[in-house]
Write a protein of this length. Structure first.
Lengths: 396, 545
């Protein structure tokens, strides 16, 4: 889309505005009507109410009183919601009011046309917004499950569901007891401790070996490069259950099953593909003449590596390390097979919890993990931009 | 380089600064470079080979390995090799089976063997357990009679003197707990005189020494040795014997030859233990699974079985693996399909929005990608269960009644929804990276030439986005076909994959061979797809975030 668009917005014919708003009201009315007895009544009522509101807003109040009119609408709907179904109704009603206030002006004054090029037909405009709504729904699908977990983790009851107290925003319905349990229950603290003992060591192994190999692979004239690459990436591709089965058989032969080092080695090898992929990607943009220049000026290979090459590929190495860390920190199948009761990690604890004695402590753990992932995501994203800037690419 | 060497040929070889021919010098530099690259790769390659490839190879080996039958029943399997498989095997096979099983029962290995054979013939497990308890009934017939004749036949010392090397006897007598035990050796000539007894006693003595760490001088032999003694005495005449304990042995020989000595044939004894020994099936099964390698596990994992008559399908009610494979592939296809449907609009809008907004929306894609798998799975459990968020909302809206909440979890629907959500980023990211390289001018050109919206999309945009769909689809399909955690938690019984069955065989049923065979088939499918992915996309083009 162009940035300079000169489509004028103007007031739409009244029939159009009222029709669209009535349709939207009817859709909203289905739900409200169904919740209160009759859908049909809700449809008709919703259509009439919304058409009326649209007429008042667009025709009688107009753009001059827009702010006031929209605030009034929010208040009106909130009160109606409160009367219909208590505190949750208040919030939902307020949101409805905000949306319809905005929607009435958006439709009524043709504002939806402004971001679009003027020559589009009505059908194209309709499709444009329908497509946006579809995409929005998919984004909601992507993010909702993660968001739903968070409030539930503050549940005062030991349920996996929203209690009536929570829905009415009663403070008594919320508590930090699951967080307290998570932080004090030895089962959970030991699991966290184990995870924190295993993941960093596994990460160090995969990052150090992986970075060296990625540097080797990025050179020209490597014999059998394709085959080597295929082997090194395979831990990511082979189903975890197969890796776990094989490791269980093989590691029990060499006495590694149930030991700390067995789990560390397994996790290290699972993290290697991520290190290889990210570091190789960074090395693609690496200017080889820099190492030659350093060598030319008398630096030995080790100095060249640590003073010239390493600082430039560091962002890739760190994000590879983060991937390796999260792989180990999040891994459960292999641990289930080759771990032991003393080596229970956080994911193991969550997995058995989910399968057997469901307690919302899992949700507290999940919320904390989501927080960690947000942190990691931010770091990786910043590193990616820094790396692109260092390599002279414009940040996208 | 050809040009350089051609020029060099005209006026002698071209020389590098140090005087060596340039061609040679260059080749050396290249070799050095290759070596250095390989040296950098070698540690990791070695690491991956040992910690990852070797375990996989071990698993593949286990899917055909079948040494347990021939290891537990060495004589029986050897004897059965000569059996034609018609009717019941001859008495000699029963005798070998008696000695083999006796040893196995002492070592507690007969139950493992029973479990193994039970995979191929139902009832083998209980048969073996029963026989392990019943074998003594045969041996005690002889043990009791010898004991009635002379108490010494049930004592450790006389037996040891009869069978053991004198030098070993003195060493063993001097042995104290904690020292290394002198290894049992047979007395010279006893193996010719009493071949079966010598063999059985030696097996007994070595078992006591090596596995129980007990002195054979203190332990009375088990009844298999008495049985072997009877067989030997029946076969040979020992009246001329003059070695240690001569009178004891000669008396026993006379007893065996007397008409009122009670005997029992091995075949009858076996049938006494369990009727099944009188059926040819168990013998056929043992003969069939005597080789060290078997295709039995692989046949089992495609609902077939190896029978004496050849390979055939399992009975209708025992076929589950073909169904599971079909279901795994079908559900993976559905998941891949729904990922394509959901990812395409998202990837399109991400690659067509201004970069600021696109980056913001990209976070919504990357956040699930970075969030722990278990968090997302537990989130879906919260969402989908009958008292869950979706049902609550639907009830609150009045779309469904409170008593008819939808069943969305512990079935295929739950698995498909949760896995689509989990794998969606793997589809969006490759699609996005392809779509953001499609020049928008093509679409504009098509439109300005009079194409309709649909034609523009279908004939111009869509074909250019196919590589992204291909890359994403293979990736998602590969990942979903081997998924374990999510189906295990939200799949119930109808929504589970082949992986769940593999895990079940590893940890619950302990049929490791079958688990390995199922894993090998799954691995083969994945590797074919991996190969295709490498061909089409190239593994070095995988993008993460």
């Amino acid at each position: 889309m162009n940035d300079v668009i000169l489509t004028p917005a103007g007031e739409k014919p009244l029939g159009f505005t009222l029709g669209v708003l009535a349709a939207a009201g009817a859709v909203a009315g289905i739900f409200i009507g169904a919740a209160n007895g009759s859908s049909l009544l809700g449809v008709i009522g919703g259509a009439i109410v919304m058409a009326g509101i649209a007429y008042v807003l667009v025709k009688l109040l107009g753009e001059g009183l827009e702010k006031l009119a929209r605030l009034g609408l929010v208040a009106l709907f909130a009160v109606v919601g409160l009367l219909l179904s208590g505190t949750p109704g208040l919030v939902v009603g307020g949101l409805f009011g905000w949306f319809f206030g905005w929607f009435a002006y958006w439709i009524g004054f043709g504002r939806y046309r402004t971001p679009l090029v003027p020559y589009l037909t009505s059908g194209q405009v309709l499709w444009h917004y329908t497509f946006r709504v579809i995409c929005g729904a998919i984004f909601v699908f992507l993010i909702t499950p993660i968001l739903v977990v968070m409030p539930l983790s503050f549940n005062a009851e030991s349920f996996f569901t929203f209690t009536p107290e929570m829905l009415s925003f009663d403070p008594a319905g919320y508590s930090l007891r699951h967080y307290r349990d998570f932080l004090t229950n030895p089962e959970w603290t030991r699991a966290v401790e184990n995870s924190l003992l295993i993941a960093p060591v596994a990460t160090v192994i995969s990052v150090s070996l992986g970075t060296l190999a990625a540097i080797g692979l990025s050179q020209s004239h490597v014999p059998g490069k394709r085959a080597i690459m295929a082997i090194l990436i395979s831990p990511m591709i082979v189903p975890l259950i197969i890796s776990a089965t094989g490791m269980y058989f093989f590691y029990s032969k060499i006495g590694l099953v149930g030991t700390y080092w067995g789990v560390v080695l397994a996790h290290a090898v699972l993290g290697i593909p991520f290190v290889i992929i990210t570091v190789t990607a960074t090395l693609v943009g690496f200017d080889r003449s820099l190492t030659r220049a350093a060598a030319n000026m008398g630096a030995n290979p080790v100095t060249t590596f640590f003073r010239v090459q390493m600082p430039l590929i560091l962002p890739g190495v760190i994000s590879g390390g983060l991937f390796a860390f999260i792989t180990s920190f999040d891994e459960v199948v292999v641990v289930l097979f080759i771990g032991s009761a003393e080596l229970q990690t956080l994911p193991w604890q969550m997995f058995t919890g989910l399968r057997e004695q469901i307690s919302p402590t899992i949700l507290a753990a999940a919320t904390i993990l989501v927080g960690i992932s947000i942190l990691l995501l931010t770091v990786v994203e910043m590193l990616r931009r820094r790396s692109e800037r260092l390599r002279g690419m414009t940040p996208r | 380089m050809t040009q350089a060497s051609a020029e060099g040929d005209a006026s002698g070889p071209m020389l590098a600064a140090d005087g060596t021919p340039l061609k040679k010098s260059l080749a050396r530099a290249l070799r050095l470079q290759k070596m250095r690259a390989l040296m950098l790769i070698a540690p990791l390659l070695l690491f991956v080979l040992v910690t990852f490839i070797a375990p996989i190879a071990d698993m593949l080996f286990r899917s055909v390995e079948n040494e347990i039958v021939s290891e537990t029943l060495p004589r029986t399997t050897a004897a059965l090799a000569d059996w034609d498989g018609q009717g019941l095997p001859p008495e000699g096979v029963y005798e070998d089976a008696f000695y083999d099983l006796y040893m196995a029962a002492e070592r507690k290995e007969h139950t493992r063997l029973g479990t193994r054979l039970n995979y191929e013939m139902t009832g083998a497990s209980s048969l073996m357990r029963k026989s392990g308890r019943g074998l003594d009934d045969i041996g005690e017939v002889y043990q009791d009679q010898f004991e009635d004749l002379d108490k010494n036949w049930d004592e450790a010392q006389p037996w040891a003197e009869l069978m053991g090397d004198p030098e070993w006897l003195t060493d063993q007598a001097a042995w104290e707990k904690g020292d290394r035990m002198p290894k049992f050796t047979l007395r010279d000539g006893i193996a010719d005189l009493l071949p079966k007894t010598a063999e059985q006693y030696e097996a007994f003595a070595l078992y006591q020494q090596e596995e129980e760490a007990k002195s054979p001088l203190k332990e009375e032999p088990w009844s298999a040795v008495h049985t072997a003694l009877y067989e030997d005495l029946k076969a040979g005449d020992l009246s001329g014997y003059t070695g240690p304990r001569a009178e004891m042995l000669i008396a026993a020989d006379a007893l065996v030859d007397s008409p009122d000595f009670e005997t029992v044939s091995f075949a009858d004894g076996f049938v006494e233990m369990d009727e099944d020994w009188a059926q040819p099936e168990i013998w056929k099964t043992i003969k069939l699974y005597a080789p060290d390698y078997t295709s039995g596990y692989f046949l089992n994992s495609v609902d077939m079985q190896l029978t004496p008559e050849g390979v055939e399908m399992r009975p209708e009610n025992e076929r589950i693996y073909i169904l599971l494979f079909k279901r795994t592939i079908f559900m993976s296809l559905v998941i891949t399909g729904s990922c394509i449907l959901l990812a395409y609009p998202v990837a399109y809008i991400l690659s067509n929005l201004p970069s600021r907004q696109a980056n913001l929306l990209m976070i919504l894609v990357l956040l699930p990608f970075w969030t722990s798998l278990l968090v997302r799975t537990s989130a879906w459990k919260v969402m989908l269960q009958q008292q869950g968020v979706i049902n609550d909302v639907l009830v609150w809206l009045g779309l469904i009644a409170d008593d008819s909440r939808l069943v969305m979890i512990n079935n295929q629907f739950g698995t498909i929804v949760a896995m689509t959500h989990i794998l969606l980023p793997f589809m969006i990211l490759p699609m996005y990276s392809v779509m953001s390289t499609i020049p928008p001018t093509y679409v504009r050109a098509a439109k300005s030439l009079g194409a309709t919206n649909w034609t523009t999309f279908w004939r111009v945009y869509f074909p250019q986005s196919i590589p992204g769909i291909g890359a994403g689809s293979i990736l998602v399909f590969i990942l979903s076909i081997g998924y374990y955690i999510t189906p295990e938690i939200v799949g119930g019984t109808t929504g589970t994959f082949i992986s769940n069955r593999i895990a079940y065989h590893i940890s619950s049923s302990l049929n490791w061979g079958l688990a390995a065979a199922l894993g090998a088939i799954l691995l083969a499918v994945v590797l074919i797809l991996y190969w295709a992915y490498d061909r089409i996309v190239g593994i070095d083009n995988v993008k993460l975030g």
